[in-house]
Design a protein around this ligand. Structure first.
Ligand code: ZN
Ligand code: ZN
Length: 349
């Protein structure tokens, strides 16, 4: 396509929006499937009936179910580093370094965070139902969902000397301090589990990550809140996918519009040339303006080689040749800058 062009920023923007919309659409489909599976998952109370149900289920396994029970350790418990009275079965200690980094493009300091220490502890635990029936939770670290709560949070600020402050401006990095947090799944907390429920040969019940690639969830929120969170996620990916498609479409439209304007301009030039030739032909018989002897005197002020052969209207200036007139970036008279509304050939009689 002659005259069709795409600028580098447009190509980059189009490529990025296509890639992003592809990724977002994939994540949207994935989260949509997760929500559909959560909708279909049966909800079982943890009690003796659950044993009976699993005994009559083929393979003694329910592929994707929702259960809810109180957290109880199987053996020893974990004790909080900061609150000795709090005990739990999962514990996460995090140390995050927070700093300000100078952004030379926006000319502002922006926040940046880096995890400098992460420690995870776990002990075996079960979910206990109303009649003390227990389901052991396997591989809790693999589960999604909020299953721990923050029980300690402290920010350790850094004190600077004058030398440090000078150093910060030279390096473009300011250390704000360290944020220390401890999260725990506390003993006695009600936990919602969504996963594969299986009865072992010894008759014990286990909740584990599903073998059919469904999402494994453990959450201290109730099931409806957990499902709503996933639905919000579906909506979010859908909106981002649509937004990136819109950006891509806008780039395609802008490139297409520019090409259309280019074609229209070329057609107008062609029409003007034909009109000029027609008028010249109508006046045939009359000698063309600018004979060879006065070529220099009547030379086009733009190319200085062709004869001046057109009258620019409405101003009436005779200053250039027709091909130079067509090459003008804007249709303004080169002498008086008035708009050129029409061009007619010049001939002497
Ligand atoms: Zn010229
Ligand atoms: Zn003029």
């Amino acid at each position: 396509m002659d005259g069709f062009s795409m600028r580098i920023p447009e190509a980059v923007c189009l490529g990025a929006s296509l890639t992003l919309s592809g990724i977002c659409f994939y994540l949207y489909r994935k989260s949509r499937t997760t929500v559909d599976k959560l909708d279909d998952a049966p909800h079982f109370p943890i009690d003796r009936n659950l044993n009976d149900i699993l005994k009559v289920t083929p393979g003694a396994c329910l592929q994707y179910v929702v259960i809810e029970g109180a957290v109880q350790p199987v053996g020893e418990t974990l004790v909080s580093h900061f609150h000795k009275e709090i005990t739990g079965v999962l514990q996460k200690y995090l140390l995050r370094q927070q700093r300000l980094v100078w952004n030379p493009f926006s000319r502002t300091w922006t926040d940046s965070e880096k995890i400098t220490l992460q420690r995870m502890n776990e002990v075996p635990f079960v979910l206990v139902g109303s009649d003390q029936t227990a389901v052991k939770v396997l591989c809790p670290v693999q589960a999604s969902g909020t299953h721990m709560e923050i029980i300690h949070e402290k920010f350790h600020q850094v004190n600077y000397s004058l030398g440090d402050i000078v150093g910060q401006y030279l390096t473009g990095e300011k250390l704000k301090g360290q944020l220390e947090t401890e999260e725990m799944l506390k003993v006695g907390k009600t936990l919602t589990g969504v996963g594969e429920l299986i009865m072992d040969t010894d008759g014990s019940l286990n909740l584990r990550p599903p073998s059919n690639s469904s999402h494994y969830f453990l959450s201290i929120m109730d099931f409806d809140t957990l499902k709503q969170e996933q639905k919000d996620m579906v909506l979010w990916w859908k909106m981002v996918a649509i937004a990136s498609v819109v950006v891509g479409a806008a780039v395609v439209f802008s490139v297409g519009w520019r090409y259309y304007k280019h074609l229209k301009h070329r057609r107008n030039l062609e029409q003007a040339r034909k009109e000029f030739e027609r008028l010249t032909a109508e006046a045939s018989g009359a000698p063309p303006a600018g004979a060879a002897d006065d070529l220099v005197e009547n030379a086009c002020i733009i190319c200085l080689s062709n004869q001046r052969n057109c009258i620019l209207l409405d101003c009436g200036h005779v200053c250039c040749c027709f091909s130079c007139y067509q090459s003008l970036p804007r249709h303004l008279c080169p002498i008086c800058r008035q708009d050129i509304r029409r061009v007619v050939p010049l001939y002497h009689v």
